[in-house]
Design a protein around this ligand. Structure first.
Ligand code: AR6
Length: 172
């Protein structure tokens, strides 16, 4: 079995440009769009994405739902809802780990081989970046250790602070 770390990659940039089977959206529980990476994905995919999202009936924090990618290079968008940081005692870590686990599970069910994640909850939702990076890496490594069905996971980081935190977490 190929080592999980050889299937994980970290890049700086805009997730909407990635030519992968699926990109993950850091959405809110309405799934009706918003700012940050969510806004960028909806703008790049076009209005058909919002129409499909309307039919999904929202999504609970930690869960994930899949749509087509429309005008994006990616074939699918996996929408997940991260926790809002409230100091760390409201189950934030478990919910964030569930976002990664449930998105990867949905990817496997849809035969997605290559998937890109943004730094879920690290923007408007205020999750401490080093902790979020550690959870993202740990959960992904654990998942990849148990399946060969996902060939590549790319973390696409927008800011330098987030990029550096992920790089450090990967080296651990
Ligand atoms: N590509 C990759 N990463 C990006 C991009 C992009 N194009 N744009 C921003 N980021 P956020 P959250 C980074 O706030 O914290 C929305 O309004 C950004 O710099 O998008 O989970 C939703 O509708 C940050 O590092 O998501 C929700 O209401 C990371 O993506 C709420 O924000 C996540 O920041 C979700 O908040």
């Amino acid at each position: 079995m190929k080592n999980p770390d050889s299937r994980i990659q970290i890049v700086h940039g805009d997730i909407t440009k990635l030519d992968v089977d699926a990109i993950v959206n850091a959405a809110n529980s309405t799934l009706l769009g918003g700012g940050g990476v969510d806004g960028a994905i909806h703008r790049a995919a076009g209005t058909e994405l919002l129409a499909e999202c309307r039919a999904l009936g929202g999504c609970e924090p930690g869960k994930a739902k899949i749509t087509r990618g429309y005008r994006l290079p990616a074939r699918f968008v996996i929408h997940t809802v991260g926790p809002i940081w409230r100091g760390g005692k409201r189950d934030e870590a478990r919910i964030l780990a569930n976002c990664y686990r449930n998105s990867l599970q949905l990817a496997v069910e849809n035969e997605v081989k290559t998937i890109a994640f943004p730094a879920i909850s690290c923007g408007a939702y205020g999750y401490p970046i080093e902790q979020a990076a550690q959870i993202a890496l740990e959960t992904t490594r654990e998942f990849l250790g148990a399946t060969q069905n996902i060939h590549r996971v790319i973390f696409v980081l927008w800011g330098d602070d987030v990029y550096d935190a992920y790089r450090e977490a990967l080296q651990k």
